[in-house]
Design a binder for this molecule. Structure first.
Ligand SMILES: *[C@@H]1O[C@H](CO)[C@@H](O)[C@H](O)[C@H]1NC(C)=O
Ligand SMILES: *[C@@H]1O[C@H](CO)[C@@H](O)[C@H](O)[C@H]1NC(C)=O
Ligand SMILES: *[C@@H]1O[C@H](CO)[C@@H](O)[C@H](O)[C@H]1NC(C)=O
Length: 460
């Protein structure tokens, strides 16, 4: 339950031996000024409707007054609502003789700091008193979300406090745990491929890991590198080499190859575009994980981009392959049943998900975004859809996707999560893509060549 950085909360106030607690407005300590008076007042939620204040932003839109997040500009109430400040400013106090703050039952001396999750709190002098002031950043793990999801039986999932996320701000999480840049409009508007099948023939549940246990990629841990774009792309391509070649070309392709070498228009550990990643693999191919292992930061491209496996000083695979692993043009899948058919026939697909703050604390069950704590900050994560099913939950019968994430096996359901299927939950069905691996046909003549027009849509 926090807010944008500048927002400072009065938590406890102690003066001399008598405890005086004061209900004060959150903006009492902020510089007054004509913020909304200059900016204007906006309806709904308009992120542009903001003004700079103390190195960050305050807002003049209707959305700024919420139960959990308050980030209205100081003159929002008087200027936009025509009402006085809702919380009266208290009368002034005498200077304290003992300079100490209490916070959650503990006493802190003047100037002392303590960290509360992702926020630093400090016993500071404000005016003529001392107050315990905390930053109010949104945190990756929010106690209110964890508590509410687990206590109220209306959610189809459970939440937990991940110690590896505790103490980090939501902004840090978005900057280091996601890493998928929103595709350009022309890519997003690409027509999906047309598929011909009978939807009634699709099984009610399917798990690629049961179907092809030996060919699929393990769950990875991206660390503090926003590389989901590279990890999910390399994993989907790897899975498909194994599946399409029926195990002749089982491989774990290098995500680092993409992070370090696919740098034109990409941002390495700060995120990347999926269409560009697939275009890179189509053009240059990838080496395997042993040849260019994953490190969770940017390193120089060490492989020969234009050459084959041998010139990249990789160990050649025992199956005699010499060329790097190349794919055909990526294609887009348009709806729920098309995605299911594709996974059933050719293996996992890649999806992009709009991540809200509650997703970081997902522990198990069927995820659906909650509105327990609204935050304007979201980001895109790319993941690998590996199957689907249905399950009875507190919310009734729910259809779900089974999805592989890249936050390690200690997150979610052994590194996977399930998410509501068929309703474009968190945009998971909006941009689903896959590509066909280029199997070396000379060596595997029995493997069927995919037919156009099913696999002919380019994303470049
Ligand atoms: C601000 O939000 C609170 C909580 O939703 C509500 O009770 C209050 O009436 C709102 N204030 C105004 C002026 O709309
Ligand atoms: C969450 O985990 C961290 C580290 O394990 C711990 O310090 C913190 O108190 C926990 N928070 C809650 C609310 O349980
Ligand atoms: C999904 O798209 C296919 C065409 O690719 C179409 O035949 C099918 O009816 C669509 N299904 C739904 C549920 O819209």
């Amino acid at each position: 339950m926090c807010s944008r950085n500048w927002l400072i909360a009065l938590i406890t106030f102690v003066a001399f031996s008598a405890v005086v607690s004061a209900q004060r407005g959150y903006y009492d300590d902020l510089p007054p000024g004509p913020y909304c008076a200059l900016k204007g007042c906006c309806p709904g939620r308009l992120d542009e409707c903001s003004a700079p204040i103390l190195g960050t932003l305050c807002y003049c839109d209707d959305f700024c007054n919420q139960t959990n997040v308050m980030d209205c500009c100081p003159d929002y109430w008087s200027h936009c609502r025509g009402i006085p400040d809702p919380i009266p400013v208290p009368t002034t106090f005498k200077p304290p003789e003992i300079r100490a703050c209490t916070y959650q039952g503990k006493t802190y001396t003047f100037g002392e700091t303590v960290k509360n999750n992702c926020n630093l709190c400090k016993c500071e002098q404000i005016g003529n008193t001392v107050e315990f002031l905390c930053e109010r950043n949104h945190c990756m793990i929010n106690e209110l979300i964890v508590g509410t999801v687990n206590r109220e039986r209306k959610y189809g999932w459970t939440a937990t406090n991940y110690s590896k996320f505790w103490g980090k701000s939501l902004d840090e999480g978005i900057a280091t745990k996601l890493g998928t840049l929103q595709p350009e409009r022309f890519v997003r508007n690409m027509n999906p491929v047309k598929k011909i099948y009978n939807p009634n023939d699709l099984p009610r549940q399917f798990d690629a890991y049961r179907e092809w246990p030996n060919y699929l990629s393990p769950i990875q841990e991206q660390g503090d590198c926003a590389s989901s774009w590279a990890i999910s792309t390399a994993a989907v391509a790897s899975d498909r080499f194994g599946i399409v070649s029926k195990g002749q070309e089982t491989v774990r392709l290098s995500a680092q190859n993409l992070i370090s070498c696919d740098i034109r228009g990409q941002q390495s550990c700060k995120g990347g575009y999926l269409d560009k990643a697939w275009a890179y693999i189509k053009r240059y191919g990838l080496v395997d994980e042993d040849c260019f292992p994953y490190v969770d930061h940017d390193v120089l491209c060490i492989i020969d981009q234009y050459g084959d496996l041998a010139t990249s000083s990789c160990t050649l695979p025992p199956n005699g392959r010499r060329s790097k692993y190349v794919v055909a043009p990526a294609y887009r899948l348009g709806n729920e049943t098309d995605i299911m058919f594709e996974i059933l026939k050719s293996g996992p697909v890649q999806a992009t998900m709009l991540v809200h703050n509650d997703f970081f604390s997902y522990a198990g069950g069927i995820y659906e975004k909650t509105d327990i704590v609204e935050s304007r900050r979201t980001g895109f994560l790319s993941v690998r859809i590996v199957g689907w099913g249905e399950e009875y939950t507190h919310k009734g019968q729910l259809k779900y996707w089974k999805v592989a994430n890249s936050w390690g096996t200690d997150w979610g359901e052994d590194g996977f999560f399930r998410i509501v299927r068929g309703r474009d939950e968190s945009e998971i069905e909006s941009f689903v893509i896959a590509a066909w691996p280029e199997i070396e046909r000379k060596r595997y003549p029995s493997i069927p060549v995919p037919l156009t027009p099913e696999y002919n849509l380019q994303l470049e």
